[in-house]
Design a protein around this ligand. Sequence first.
Ligand code: FAD
Length: 294
Amino acid sequence: MNSNYFVLKNHSLQRFHTFRLDVIASIIILPLTKKGLISALRDYSDRKFIIIGNGSNMIFKQTSYDESTVFIVTTMIDKIQINGDQLYVQAGVTLNKLAWFTCENSIDGYAFCEDIPGTLGGALMMNAGQWQYTIGQYVNWIEVYDYDTKETRIIYPDENFFVYRHSELNNQNVVVLSASLKIKPGDYMEILDKMLEYRRERYVKQPRNFPNGGSSFKRPKDKDGEWLFMWKLFDACDLRGYRVGDAQVSQKHPGFIVNCGNARVADVQLVIAECKKRVKEKFDVDIELEWRVI
Ligand SMILES: Cc1cc2nc3c(=O)[nH]c(=O)nc-3n(C[C@H](O)[C@H](O)[C@H](O)COP(=O)(O)OP(=O)(O)OC[C@H]3O[C@@H](n4cnc5c(N)ncnc54)[C@H](O)[C@@H]3O)c2cc1C
């Protein structure tokens, strides 16, 4: 172990993503601090990096990865503090922690984060959100490590930087280290009520009894540009409950593919392919994965 990070060799990635596939990685690095993350990025700069936050928006297409790929898990880089009129949040802080920290400090706006199981870094990449709220709305600046220069720099996003479930960060060769978020004073009890209400609503709708990676597909639009409901398309195609091995289109909410036990990479790929095929055949609509496939 380098004093700034742990290295796991030939270890399963199962506990580092929410879908829980048993995939073996030759090298997994767990930085203890932001400095440790930067050291690891420099020490292994000849390899391909895959950064994992909470792994709640990713699945894998291989059953193993050799030493040419280095996985870095950011969840231990989790400092959060109030700096004057701004919130300083490191990349590995979970959105749940962000929501509770802001509630405890009577800061409004972050209740929507409470039940989204990602980290700040992953959320900024995906512009995570729900209803009218997205994390991008709250950003002052983002501190990143730039793979090209091997240095850190600050990004000040303009109004086009964040769009629906996507950010300009994906077009820059960078790793998110930390960010400054906006502070707006709020009422503790109102924020608490909102968080509990949102969580209840989500638990009622979503499958929580099996590991999953959240919504599997992006919501498509029809030929007239109207948004379609994934669950309606899937029900019309008789996909609810469709299963290969232990990978299954959720019985509770067909927008989710779940891991009923020991789903294998190939099972998930077959379920995804069947969903795409049936929706295309019946509705002539191409559906696109929301998940990042590694
Ligand atoms: C039950 C469930 C419910 C969900 N509900 C919602 C929801 O309501 N709204 C929503 O938007 N999403 C939702 N999601 C999806 C997911 O939680 C979000 O997309 C989240 O923002 C992903 O964060 P993460 O840390 O898990 O990212 P990961 O899955 O770890 O990574 C996602 C991508 O970001 C990259 N990345 C991660 N960290 C960094 C970093 N520090 N620097 C650079 N790149 C990085 C990864 O390489 C990958 O490409 C849900 C998922 C689950 C399982």
